[in-house]
Write a protein that binds this ligand. Structure first.
Ligand code: SF4
Length: 60
């Protein structure tokens, strides 16, 4: 039985493919972040490492 006082340990895994193409770590649906953090909210799990790619358009 698990101890409820124990903090969950980080698990190593690999991102198989990512469809978030506007993230700066996404290259051809592959994540190049090195490591990511996944958080779970009321709407399910999401990537907390997501970083929007900087806009290449000049500011108005
Ligand atoms: S950091 Fe997250 S959102 Fe960005 S490419 Fe990797 S898995 Fe996708």
């Amino acid at each position: 039985m698990q101890n409820p006082q124990e903090r969950p340990q980080a698990q190593l895994s690999v991102v198989g493919a990512c469809t978030v193409t506007d993230c700066k770590f996404n290259e051809a649906h592959e994540c190049h972040a090195g490591q990511i953090e996944v958080r779970v909210g009321q709407d399910g799990a999401h990537c907390a490492t997501y970083t929007p790619e900087a806009s290449t358009r000049p500011r108005p």
